[in-house]
Design a protein around this ligand. Structure first.
Ligand code: MG
Length: 260
């Protein structure tokens, strides 16, 4: 492990986590939408279910690009939140001036190196669950819903996080960015998997923490539950008119007055 002091960006990151977790409880529910009555749910991971305070996944981009190509890259200025691993890799390399023809034959090796790096460090992840996550998953499962993850993470990395966070038992399937750099396509693919398992007419709902989750749901004509536990405020998310907007899943559950 590197022992360099935290970067200004990491400090901001920590402050954002704290701000997200200390915001007042707020919930917006669109009338007529049964947030806990859908047939299947596609949960985003980062900022929705959990956080990676040690930034092991984040740091794996630069270290893996460097290891495979020899190029030094920075993720400063690269859109991260709501993006996908495969798009972040492309954007970081483009920003660093790595020619596409140099990158292309090495993409698979870089992605493999990222998965390997996170796997090697999985016990250092120290993931932090967002408020109410386990209770919300239990509540939805008890209501008979099919639960899946739909995340911009690579598949190997996404499942490692879910396992290390102790959430694996809840999820029956997943959609990942390995073959889908565009989030809307990733969500579309995950929704198809949900309907293969839950039925062709299954009502599928996206749960996410960024404007991109909402846009990707809309692109697939799916309803969306937005939670302000990531880097975007309740008001910012609410402006995009999700069916549900909540300061956290805990606050959403509290509002619902779940029966024991
Ligand atoms: Mg997210």
């Amino acid at each position: 492990m590197e022992t360099t002091p935290p970067s200004p960006e990491a400090t901001t990151h920590a402050a954002r986590i704290q701000a997200a977790l200390t915001q007042p409880a707020r919930v917006h529910l669109e009338p007529g939408f049964a947030w806990d009555g859908q047939d299947a749910y596609l949960f985003d991971i980062d900022g929705t279910l959990l956080r990676d305070p040690n930034r092991i996944h984040f740091n794996s981009f630069a270290s893996s690009i460097q290891r495979v190509t020899g190029f030094e890259v920075s993720l400063d200025g690269v859109p991260i939140h709501g993006s996908t691993d495969t798009a972040i890799l492309r954007d970081a390399c483009r920003q660093a001036g790595i020619p596409a023809e140099v990158l292309k034959p090495q993409v698979e090796a870089i992605l493999e190196a990222m998965c390997q790096r996170v796997a090697e460090q999985r016990h250092e992840l120290k993931l932090r669950l967002m408020p109410g996550v386990k209770d919300a998953l239990r509540h939805l499962a008890q209501k008979g819903a099919l639960l899946g993850v739909a995340t911009g993470n690579l598949e190997t990395i996404g499942w490692i996080k879910i396992e290390e966070a102790g959430l694996r038992e809840w999820f029956r399937f997943g959609g990942f960015s390995d073959h889908f750099p565009v989030r809307a396509e990733l969500i579309g693919n995950a929704a198809r998997k949900a309907r293969e398992l839950a039925g062709a007419d299954a009502r599928v709902c996206v749960v996410g923490d960024t404007p991109r989750d909402i846009e990707a749901a809309r692109a697939n004509s799916l309803p969306v539950i937005a939670v302000a536990t990531g880097n975007f405020s309740f008001d910012t998310l609410l402006e995009l008119r999700p069916e549900v907007c909540a300061s956290s899943l805990a606050d959403l559950l509290a509002q619902t007055q779940v029966m024991p």
